[in-house]
Structures are given as C-alpha cells and as structure tokens.
Write a protein that binds this ligand. Sequence first.
Ligand SMILES: Nc1nc2c(ncn2[C@@H]2O[C@H](COP(=O)(O)OP(=O)(O)OP(=O)(O)O)[C@@H](O)[C@H]2O)c(=O)[nH]1
Ligand SMILES: [Mg+2]
Length: 301
Amino acid sequence: MTQSPVKSRCGFVAIIGAPNAGKSTFMNGALGEKIAIVTPKVQTTRMNMRGILTEGDTQMVFVDTPGIHKPRRQFDKAMVNAAWQASSDADAVLLLVDAQKGFNGDVQRILADIAEVKAPKILVLNKVDKMPREKLLPLMGKAGAMGVFDHIFAISALKNDRIKDVIKCLKGYMPEEPFHYDPEDLTDTPMRVIAAEVTRERAFMLLGDEIPYSVNVETVGYVVQEDGSIRIDQNILLERDGQKKIVIGKGGSMLKKIGEQARKALSEMTGAEVHLFLQVKVREGWASDPHLMRSLGLSDK
Ligand SMILES: Nc1nc2c(ncn2[C@@H]2O[C@H](COP(=O)(O)OP(=O)(O)OP(=O)(O)O)[C@@H](O)[C@H]2O)c(=O)[nH]1
Ligand SMILES: [Mg+2]
C-alpha cells in the first residue's frame, strides 16, 4: 500500500445510469485523460473500470460501469449486476441521466432499485448543452421532489462544464483513509486491456448497428520493443462465421480501417510508435463463456 499523509481521504464513487447517459465521458472528463471508451451507441462499456483522481490529500476512485438496461443475454445480465455491485461498494453513487431523455423507462427502472443503495446518491443531469434552460428547470424540480438525491447537478460532460462542481461535492463524502493507489496512477486496468477496448471502440464506430454487439477484442501480445515501439497483437472475436466478411470488408478494407484508427489512438495514448496486428476469429458463444466473463470481472451467476 502506498504511503500517504495522515488524514488523507480515499473512497469509491460509482458512476451508474442508463446506456449512453455519458458515464464514460464523465469519468474521462473528471480525470482529464481518456481511459474509458466512448461511442454514440448504447452498451459501449462492458465491465467496471476504475479511474483514479488524486487531488491534494484526497483520492477518489471512480468506477465507470456498464449501462443499466433490461438484460436479454446472460452477458447483459452480468453487465448490469456489475453496475449494481459497484454501487453497493461505493462511498457515493452518481446517477447520470441524459437530460434530453429525462426520466424515461430506463431511468425509472433504475430509480426503483436505487433506493436500496445505502451510499449518498447524487443525480447528474448530463448533456445540458443540448437542452434549453426552460426545459431543464422543471426536470430539476421533478428530481428534487423525488426526495432520493442528496445533491442534483446539471452538467455537460462532453464540454467539461461543471464536472469540477461535482468533484468538489464528492470530496466531502470520501472517508478518512490512506490512498489505495499511487497518486500517479490513472487506472488499475492493465494497458493490454485498455488496448483491446480501443480497438473495440473503433469497431463499434465503424461497423453498422448490430455487429458491434457480437464483437469482442482480446489482446494476445503486448510487447515494448528495444527501439521503444510497441507491438500489439489482438484477436477480434465474432459470434458467427457470416460476420467475418463484414468485419474484414471488401479486400480487407474494413479491417484495415479499424486497424489504422486503433493504431493511431493507441499511439497517441502511449506516446510511442505502435505496430498493431489484428486477426479476425470466430468464437461461437464467446458472450456466454464463463472464463471470458471472469476475465472482464463479470460474474456469470
Ligand atoms: N451533447 C453531449 N453529448 C454527450 C455528453 N456526454 C456524453 N455525450 C455523448 O453521448 C454518447 C454516449 O457517451 P458515453 O460516455 O459512451 O455514454 P455511457 O453512459 O458511458 O454509455 P454506455 O457505456 O453504453 O452505458 C457519446 O456520443 C458522447 O459523446 C454531453 O454532455 N453532451
Ligand atoms: Mg460507458
């Protein structure tokens, strides 16, 4: 454990919400670095990912979670469980809500369950940059009347507007405890896992509507070479053979695009030259593989 000053504060903040509310964008904005992937599609985040913010004598460990939705597959169920697990372990819970969508069915379902969470609850109405003020005020009134939340904020995670106010509020809820992590650390997720996420983000962005949910990426090799460049070998796993030609594309064009974009992002992230090698494989039923779920920190129960 890292030495830290007496009276330091350290605690966990779970970021929960419906898919696409902007949870990962919020965490990246709070850290000032992108560690969690973000796409316009729902269910981008598949596992809990910790982001560590150390400011002065306070360390806040954010836990970005998968969007809470009505699960269909076993894999979805495990994702939703992971979000609730993070909430029950947290010192404070942020419920992110897309203010434009308001308290729709997805959010209502979360509200029904959130009462059981013991930690202080903070409502963050996000994406207010897309919202006229006259629509926001009634929403805030409605939220206040619920009597569920200790604080309510209206922010834009994308524009980094008022994230700081939320952080300031959270600091007060962090218990007096030694730091859990080195103050220099941003996350405890290994780089090879983040590298797989980056490629999955690119595949999510470039592929149509359905295929992304059948895609998983695993890093099978991550080697810093003598000249400082990094060689990364990854498998893109698909559920069915028929999906292969879509992911590879005409003459390999789609795979090339995914690879180029991922390589560029990884190179920016690591500050090193990256050599990325992608292989497309079919692994039927990867989404119900208990070994994979465990490796993502998802319980298959
Ligand atoms: N206009 C606007 N867009 C936002 C804001 N925050 C996030 N977004 C966009 O909303 C989309 C979803 O953002 P994510 O951060 O991936 O959302 P998420 O809640 O992590 O989604 P899942 O991981 O799928 O549950 C992306 O296209 C973001 O750019 C915001 O404050 N304003
Ligand atoms: Mg996310």
